[in-house]
Design a protein around this ligand. Sequence first.
Ligand code: SAH
Ligand code: SF4
Length: 351
Amino acid sequence: MSIRPNPPERSLTELSRQGLRDLLLSWGEPRYRADQLYRWLFQRGVRDVEQMTDLSKSLRRHLRENEYTIGRVTLEKVRESIDGTRKLQFRLADGAAIESVLIPMPGGLFTQCLSSQVGCAMDCQFCYTGTLGLSRHLTSGEMIDQVVRAADGLPPGSRIDHIVYMGMGEPLHNFDAVVASLGVICDPDGCGYSHKRVTISTSGLVPQIDKLGRVAPVNLAISLNASNDEVRNQIMPVNKRWNIDALIEAVRRYPLPPRRKLTFEYVLLGGVNDTDDDARRLVKLLVGLPARINIIPWNPFEGTRFLRPADERVRSFQRILLDRGLTATVRVTKGLDIDAACGQLGERPSA
Ligand code: SAH
Ligand code: SF4
């Protein structure tokens, strides 16, 4: 599969805080000017240099003359589900489409689910995004822009409280750009989310989990989805490279700050990984870990062989985990009517 290169356009939102300082310094501008510009871009989300009123006229002219753009993500469409979930459809400068989902939480808060790639290379059998293959990685600016632009369209009185890298793509496969995006998203002068309010979800790229622990102490979610290697090999090809034991060892090494929990996602596939024995094996795997298990009854899409398990099966699976003292919640399916639920993201041919 050929991976298209990132679009070459120059965009200010691709630059880190230091990158902006270096650029402005090369134009003879003082460092505090770069910091002003940085706050306009990421804290306030302003997209027109003419509105950045405290920048000098000469700097604004310089930005225009050098053809710097601000962001390259256009919010094309917002679809709202009957349950309040909003799916944001963005168009990128090269025409590619990505999606981000705002999930309503109590108290006017939203969790935002970000995409990290156009499509995904990991080929998990139960995931719609996986069927698309990988078109390309997103740039850091394209991830940050999803956050900045989403804040524009929120209902009055509400705000985004938590960012999860759980949309299209495997964030740890696009490691450098994801870490660069965290640099702005978690900066108080940038988007202002503390690391505590950010979660990265991964299918299990072990070396990158270790690296992430060293550079950005965000919350970690692991898409486990099976209780033994035999089944995981079948539904998640990544398991052939790093199996369940290797993954759990990496998770045990992850430098989790005190009182925080790891999340394990477990997509429940009828007749594949949903037996009581699976639940009991899962307990054994996770014993002693500060783990929260998120059971996700599989969300269907056309053209697959999987089945959503019956509610009774889901409850029985959960009960075994709870009885053994684990924290286990069943994720309420949200946004199903607008294809915004887990694993349903990606442009449909007819969309
Ligand atoms: N690539 C990352 C993050 C995006 S996938 C990862 O795999 O963790 C987000 C979550 O959706 C994962 O936990 C995945 O297991 C789950 N998922 C994928 N397809 C699904 C489907 N059809 N129904 C329910 N959950 C699904
Ligand atoms: Fe990619 Fe995650 Fe879907 Fe697997 S579950 S194909 S890693 S997006």
